[in-house]
Design a binder for this molecule. Structure first.
Ligand code: GAR
Length: 199
């Protein structure tokens, strides 16, 4: 059975969408552990309510290498073989990435490479794009930069606010993250440089 480790920092709605699919049997795996770098993250409450292992590893004041070693230890302790960043707002070190080659995924609320980093939906509105969306990608040590597995586009409407655009994008996030997890767990892809070819 595939063992997922979910890393969160906040609300945890992407984690919950994944957990729903795991519970429904539409993702062939189990959630071995949910880890948050913020003890007070709302997603931790949801994880505990679902009876999952929910572990806070506060990152404040810790050196990246030190923190990432703590993360790796916890993930290994739970025999995790796929790491899913779900609103986990930290960069991971090269050491971490090397420990899970092609086994760390992230979701980002823009059509990368547009608008990496914080407040992607705000960035999209400010720039005036007419289409935005979300991206699931393999994680490397750079910010929102690894090979793209799936994207979904949504329109940006004239009357949109950050809230309305974020909600439209989030519905797509919840859909494509689980789909990307299915693809990766089933090995239904090949890579050609940066290109992830689905099959
Ligand atoms: C999501 O919109 C996710 O794409 C974004 O944070 C939100 C977390 O929501 N992630 C990033 O911006 C990463 N660069 P959630 O906690 O409800 O899943």
């Amino acid at each position: 059975m595939n063992r997922l480790g979910i890393l969160i920092s906040g609300r945890g709605s992407n984690f919950e969408a994944i957990a729903d699919n795991v519970a429904a049997g539409t993702i062939d795996g189990e959630i071995a552990v949910v880890i948050s770098n913020r003890a007070e993250a709302r997603g931790m409450v949801a994880a505990r309510q679902r009876g999952l292992n929910a572990i806070a590893i506060p990152s404040k004041g810790l050196d990246r290498e030190v923190y990432d070693r703590m993360l790796l230890e916890e993930l290994r302790r739970h025999s995790v073989d796929l790491v899913c960043l779900a609103g986990f707002m930290r960069l991971l070190s090269a050491t971490f990435i090397r420990a899970f080659p092609n086994r760390v995924l992230n979701i980002h609320p823009s059509l990368l490479p547009a608008f990496p980093g914080l407040d992607a939906q705000h960035q999209a509105l400010e720039h005036g794009v007419k289409i935005s969306g979300c991206t699931v990608h393999f994680v490397d040590e750079y910010l929102d930069a690894g090979p793209i597995i799936l994207q979904a586009a949504v329109p940006v409407l004239d009357h949109d606010t950050v809230e309305t655009l974020s909600a439209r994008i989030l519905a797509e996030e919840h859909r494509i993250y689980s789909e990307a997890i299915r693809i990766v767990l089933a090995g239904r892809y090949a890579t050609d440089g940066r290109r992830v070819i689905l099959r």
